[in-house]
Design a protein. Structure first.
Length: 186
């Protein structure tokens, strides 16, 4: 299934955006690999098959909508209190400072590949810092776009969440995954 030329909207009403973390530090066996989901995110995509340089994507994620939805591994199950503590740290001054930086933004600089499998390169802004990132994407037979990217938190000045004086912390690399339906703009 190909995407027709035009402008499309996408986001949390039609898809899912998750962050997946790993563990690091001496106490990593005690911790959890986390799945964090953005409940509110939105974007636009412009498709022009005759002029590929005109293709583009823009995305905004509301940081205060990030929530821990799953924690696997560890010596004991992740509790609701654990989730709440992680979310407080994630949204607070310790990590993403939601009060000062309420959104994470992405704007593409290049889209290449075929209509079924393409790469979106662009600028990701977190904590007011903009760095390049590459997103690998594919159009599924059901018409949904799926994509993945990996980033190192430290590239944006983020020190990965840690407890027990750093003996247990999240790994620097975070994997971003999304799937969404593209809805023609009105």
């Amino acid at each position: 299934m190909a995407i027709a030329d035009g402008t499309y909207g996408f986001g949390s009403d039609h898809g899912r955006l998750t962050l997946r973390t790993g563990r690091a530090g001496l106490g990593r066996r005690a911790g959890h690999d986390l799945t964090i989901e953005a409940a509110r995110w939105r974007g636009t995509a412009t498709v022009d098959t005759a002029e590929p340089a005109s293709n583009g994507v823009a995305l905004t994620v509301e940081v205060d909508s990030l929530a821990v939805v799953e924690g696997v591994g560890g010596l004991k199950p992740l509790t609701d209190d654990d989730r709440a503590e992680i979310v407080r740290a994630l949204r607070g001054k310790q990590l993403l400072h939601t009060a000062k930086y309420p959104e994470i933004g992405f704007v593409s600089t290049n889209v290449s590949g075929s209509p079924d499998a393409f790469v979106v390169q662009g600028d990701l802004t977190i904590l007011g810092r903009t760095r390049p990132i590459t997103v690998d994407c594919a159009l599924d037979g059901d018409g949904r776009v799926r994509g993945t990217a990996a980033l190192a938190q430290s590239n944006w000045g983020i020190r990965p969440y840690s407890v027990f004086f750093g003996a247990l912390k999240l790994a620097d690399e975070v994997r971003i995954e999304f799937e969404t339906e593209l809805v023609p703009a009105a």
